[in-house]
Design a protein around this ligand. Structure first.
Ligand code: ADP
Ligand code: MG
Length: 291
């Protein structure tokens, strides 16, 4: 099969891992840099060229669309979808998951537990804050990633002043209950084709509450409990993602989903668990093309 990885960086670990896995399975693998793709619609049909050459022989696409590139990246994926190319994650799921509020709405509609969350659009900030009985609260930018854009407001004064600053800067955000009992740890489950293929527990470094590996967190391989597995799989289904990373917090009310990532990093999960996630993704494509 001809399989493309949509990625801005050919040398990135995740891109390399997918290329290696595809080549080992005898596929033709290539990296497409979304910035070099020209999208057009001619005679009502989606047309795509790459460095000036028409692309029309791909069987499958693995989107690795970065957060800074969501609009063009998802537009490119939608183009491939309309050309009949199998994409392991579709354009709409990418867009929906990149907006944390939209993602929470979809998860809640599917009955998946999430921390209490309020969209930060209301004028009356004091009445918004009165929804939270305890401090600290979390304030989260809708488009944040890698832990950048998540704020721990420990006092009423810091919550109020942070919210006023974000509003004045016209930045969109949510306010969320702080799950203190997670103690700076979260779980990352990788779901491929409706199955958990790998999972790890991430712990924040001392002095931080964010467990992202990009923020210096450390990770250990784990086996998920039945309840954790259940909400991870339901979250992947709710967001309609063939491949995703689901972040879960363990709260005193049970596991809660924090977010669903359409482009989960493979380095942390593969090196921590020793599981070849990239090959699982290639196998998913193979099964799908045979179906
Ligand atoms: N409500 C919360 N309570 C406790 N910790 C949180 C909460 N929200 C986020 N965190 C911590 O911050 C990290 C980053 O938050 P997340 O919502 O996943 O944003 P990002 O997209 O930046 O990874 C989480 O992995 C978790 O460790
Ligand atoms: Mg996260």
């Amino acid at each position: 099969m001809n399989i493309a990885v949509l990625s801005r960086g050919e040398s990135l670990y995740s891109t390399q891992s997918l290329l290696k896995a595809g080549l080992a399975r005898n596929h033709n693998m290539e990296v497409l840099d979304p910035a070099q793709c020209t999208l057009g619609i001619e005679k009502g049909k989606a047309v795509l060229s790459y460095y000036g050459e028409i692309i029309n022989d791909l069987h499958a696409v693995i989107p690795r669309v970065g957060a800074s590139n969501t609009f063009y990246g998802s537009s490119l994926v939608r183009h491939f979808q309309s050309m009949g190319v199998f994409c392991v994650v579709g354009a709409e799921p990418i867009l929906q998951s990149r907006n944390k509020w939209t993602c929470f709405q979809i998860l809640a509609k599917a009955g998946i537990p999430i921390p209490k969350t309020i969209l930060g659009n209301a004028q009356d900030i004091e009445s918004v804050l009165s929804n939270f009985q305890t401090l600290p609260v979390i304030i989260k930018l809708l488009q944040g990633t890698h832990g950048q854009g998540v704020i721990l407001a420990e006092t009423y004064a810091s919550a109020l002043s942070t919210i006023e600053t974000l509003k004045a800067s016209k930045v969109r955000f949510v306010i969320q209950e702080f799950i203190a009992e997670s103690n700076g740890a979260d779980l990352r489950a990788i779901v491929v084709d409706g199955k958990i293929v790998a999972a790890m527990k991430r712990q924040s470094r001392a002095g931080d509450f964010r467990s992202n590996l990009h923020r210096g967190g450390t990770a250990d391989a784990i086996t998920l409990s039945h309840a954790q597995e259940n909400i991870a799989l339901r979250a992947a289904r709710a967001l309609r993602m063939g491949v995703c990373g689901v972040d879960i917090l363990e709260s005193e009310k049970g596991p809660m989903v924090l977010e669903v990532n359409s482009t989960p990093g493979l380095e942390g999960i593969e090196t921590t668990t020793g599981i070849d996630v990239a090959t699982k993704i290639i196998n998913y494509i193979e099964r799908n093309k045979q179906a």
